[in-house]
Design a protein around this ligand. Sequence first.
Ligand code: ADP
Length: 544
Amino acid sequence: MLGLMQNWPLTVDKIMDHAAINHGRREVVTRSVEGPIVRTTYADIHTRAKKVSNALLAEGIKLGDRVATLAWNSGRHMEIWYGAMGLGIVLHTLNPRLFPEQLVYIVNHAEDKIIFTDLTFLPILEALKDKLNPVQRYVVMTDKDHMPACSLKGAIDYESWIDSHGTDVTWGGFDENTAAGLCYTSGTTGNPKGVLYSHRSNVLHTLLTMQKDVMGLGARDVILPVVPMFHANAWGVALSAPAAGAKMVMPGAKMDGASIYELLETEHVTFSAAVPTVWMMLLQHLEATNSKLSTLKKVAIGGSAVPERIMRLFEEKYGVEVLHAWGMTETSPLGTLGSLGPDADTMTHDEKIKTKLKQGRPPFGVEIKILRDGVEAPRDGETFGNLVVRGAAIAAGYFKGEGGNILDKDGFFDTGDVATIDAAGFMQITDRAKDVIKSGGEWISSIDVENVAVGAPGVAVAAVIGKYHPKWDERPLLIIEPAKGASPSKEDILGYLDGKIAKWWMPDDVQFVEAIPLGATGKINKLALRETFANYELPTAKAS
Ligand code: ADP
C-alpha cells in the first residue's frame, strides 16, 4: 500500500523560491572582484537568476547540457547557479587552482557549452582558449564599464548578457533525479573524475546539513563561506544558506587574514567555513594586530585535519566553537562532524578538545564503517582500516562511467581514507590508503608521523612517504621543508621524534627540500614528492 502524501519533487529551484518568498530581504553581500562591496538580496538573486535562465535558453542551452563557472564566491555566482539548475541545466564548477592541462581535460570531458568567468581568470582562459573545443561562448562576470578587451569567443559582460531578458520562465517540473551540478575531484591519481550531483541528492544534503549537530544554520545566522563554491558547493552552503534564510557574506577573491577579518566584523558574521590554511592566516592576523572577534560564534573546518593549535586558539583565546568536518567531493561533501554528544557533560576541557580533533560522527543520512581485508573492523578506536560510506548524497559512479563500478556489493563507496571508529561512533582519519606505509605487514600512518614532525623546531612542512625496503617492504622517509632562516639537521629531527611515536614508526631517513609541493586544494602533493624521490634509496635498504 502506498502512502497518500503529495509528490513534491526534491529540486533545488524550490530552495531559491523559498528564500525569495520567505527571506526575500535577507542580504547576500559580496566583496566584488572589481573592488567595492556589493549588496543584493535573495529576492533580487531570484529575479536575476530567472533572467539568467532566459539568457541560457536564448543561447540554445537545454536540460542536461553543461555550463561552467570559473568564479569566486559571489552574488552573481549564485544567480548563475540557480538560473542554470532551475532549468535542469548542469552547473559545472571549475576549480581555478587546477593545472592548465587538467582544466582543458575537464572542460572537454564535461562538454561545457558556456564558461562564466570572473575577471581574475581571463588570462588563464585566453591562454587555453584554442583547446577548449566545446565552448561556444564566454560570459565575463562583470558589467560593461569593467569589461576589458578580450579575444574569447563571443565574449560578453554578464550584465549586458542578462539585461534584455525577462523573468518569465518556469523552473523545475523535471524528475528529482535529474543532474544538477558537476564537480571534478582534483585527481591526485590519474585524470580528474566528475561527481554528478542530482537535484534530489543536493536537496537531501541540504536538509542533512541543517541538522543542529551538522551546520545547523538558521535565519538569524550570517554565514561567510570562505570555502569556494567550486569546492563541493561551498560545503553545501550555496544551498543551505538560502534554505535557512541566513545572510551570506561572499569573500570574492580575497581570502587573506586582514580581508576576512574585515568582513567578519563589518558584516557581523556568526558562522564561517574554511580549510585550516585559511584559518591559520586569520589567526596570524588576529595575533599580529591584537584583534578580537566580536560576533563570530562558530567555524567549520575541514578538507584536511584541524591542527590542535588552531582548535585551541579559536576555542580558548577567541571564544569561537570549532566544528571539525570530514568529507569529500563524492560525499556532497559533508560526511562526519565533530559535534560532541551527551558524554561531553562529564569530560574535562582537554578531553573535549581531544574528541573534537577526531573527524567525528556521521549525521542522519550517512552511514560509515571500517573494513579490514573486506571485513568490518571493531569500533574500538584502535583498529584502522578502509573507511567506506553509503547514503543518499554519496556518489554512485563518476561522470561518463570513469573508474567503472565504485560501489562494493553492499553499495558502500571506498573513500580512499584509512580510519578508526571508537565506541561512541567518532571516526578518526589516520591516513590516505595510498599513503599508508606498509611495514612488515603492519601499517604506519604517514599523517601521524607528519603531525608530530611538524612540531619540531625549524620545521615548516613535513611529509612522509613509503620507500622500498627489502626486508620490511616499505619504510618511512621523512621529507622536511625548513622554516625560513632555519636549518635543522637530521639528528635534530629524529631526536625530537624519539619517544613521541612508536619506535618502529621512526623514519629511516630525513631529506630536506626547499619547498614541499602542494596540490590544487592546498594539500601536500605526495604524487609529486614520490616522483622527486623516485630514484632515492633508503640508507637502511642499501645496508640490508
Ligand atoms: P581530493 O580527494 O581530490 O583531494 P576532496 O576535496 O574531495 O578532494 O578531498 C577529500 C579528502 O580530503 C578526504 O578523502 C580526506 O582524505 C581529506 N579530508 C577532508 N576532510 C578532512 C579532515 N577533516 N581531516 C582529514 N582529512 C580530511
